[in-house]
Write a protein that binds this ligand. Structure first.
Ligand SMILES: [Zn+2]
Length: 344
């Protein structure tokens, strides 16, 4: 590695750390997060990716606009009856938009204009049950308000993913969709991709967090004090960081997208939010998540760390996170797979 390459990586990690480690939760638990990530990566790789016959294209069930709205309202009503009124208001104000593939806005999202305080939801339709699930995800972003800090992003993403999983199961139980018309594995697979990108650069990042700016000697320090690794892999991962930085610089021009976070940060918060959604599903009551969703945007949350916020809402994150999370993912997948067996 050239010195100039180390500088590039150090600057990148430095920028990320300033935002990500504003409170100490993520930094203090970074090794645990990496371990969770490794386990998740292996689990999903074995569980979902080995069995390729799983993959089917979604049937076009041609769900109408009215179906999407009505089913969404029905589900939203079981989460919080107050929310149905908000959906009605969004519709009458033209703030809920159903766009179609147009090459630029190829995604579903909530847009927030900081100056006008205007919020818009856009859903890119697939005409399947997934439109309902995505709308519920984005709607939860809408009501939990727009986030500013790294922790806010984890919490609001957690809430959206939690209710997205809830919506999938609600649809399974009440609408009996064909398994090829519901994207029930989508979240697990997209988090797998994100997990994979963290997996690929964990060694230099751990080196940076523990010993500061990377240099010739960083490899030896980590190998000696933190975890064993080969020098070849270390350099391979450093090169991966450089490619990631290049990718990110290209993306900035390619998309009309203004995220304040780098790819790695986005991958980490989506990954953590997914893990937490399954963990909380497996351990706690939905009413506490509803309570968190209802209060998080007007709370004095800036004085609290991420883990303190979860604790405040009776959703304490503890050492059982490994077992509970992976059991719950297994349970969730089985719900859908049992249906598959019944059909066959
Ligand atoms: Zn989201």
């Amino acid at each position: 590695m050239e010195e100039i390459d180390y500088k590039l990586i150090n600057d990148y990690f430095n920028n990320i750390s300033l935002r990500m480690f504003k409170d100490k939760d993520i930094e203090d638990n970074f090794l645990s997060i990496i371990r969770l990530n490794d386990k998740y990566n292996k689990f999903i790789g074995d569980r979902l990716l080995k069995n390729k016959t799983y993959y089917k294209h979604l049937d076009e069930v041609k769900m109408s606009y009215i179906d999407v709205i009505n089913i969404t309202k029905e589900i939203i009503n079981t989460i919080n009856p107050k929310y149905t009124e908000i959906i009605d208001n969004l519709l009458s104000n033209g703030k809920l938009d159903f766009a179609y593939e147009d090459g630029i806005y190829h995604d579903s999202y909530v847009i927030y204009n900081r100056h006008t305080k205007n919020k818009l939801i856009n859903i890119n339709r697939t005409f399947t049950f997934n439109d309902v699930v995505i709308l519920i995800h984005e709607f939860m972003h809408y009501v939990t308000s727009i986030s500013t800090s790294f922790n806010d992003y984890i919490i609001t993403e957690f809430i959206s993913i939690y209710f997205e999983l809830y919506a999938n199961i609600y649809l399974l139980n009440n609408y009996n969709p064909s398994l090829s018309s519901i994207y029930y594995e989508e979240r697990l697979l997209s988090s797998y991709k994100r997990s994979d990108s963290i997996y690929g650069i964990e060694f230099p990042f751990i080196a940076y967090i523990n010993f500061g700016n990377l240099n010739e000697n960083s490899y030896n320090l980590v190998n000696q004090y933190i975890l064993p690794y080969t020098k070849k892999n270390y350099e391979f991962e450093c090169n991966k960081v450089i490619r990631l930085i290049e990718k990110e610089n290209n993306e900035k021009n390619k998309y009309i997208q203004s995220s304040q976070f780098s790819l790695i940060e986005r991958n980490i918060y989506y990954f953590l939010a997914t893990i937490m959604a399954f963990y909380v599903r497996g351990k706690y009551d939905m009413k506490d998540v509803i309570n968190l969703a209802e209060n998080v945007s007007n709370d004095e949350k800036y004085d609290l760390s991420l883990f303190e916020i979860f604790k405040k809402y009776n959703l304490k994150i503890e050492d059982d996170i490994f077992n509970i999370t992976f059991d719950e993912i297994e349970k969730y997948l089985s719900l859908f797979e049992n249906k598959k067996q019944r059909v066959n």
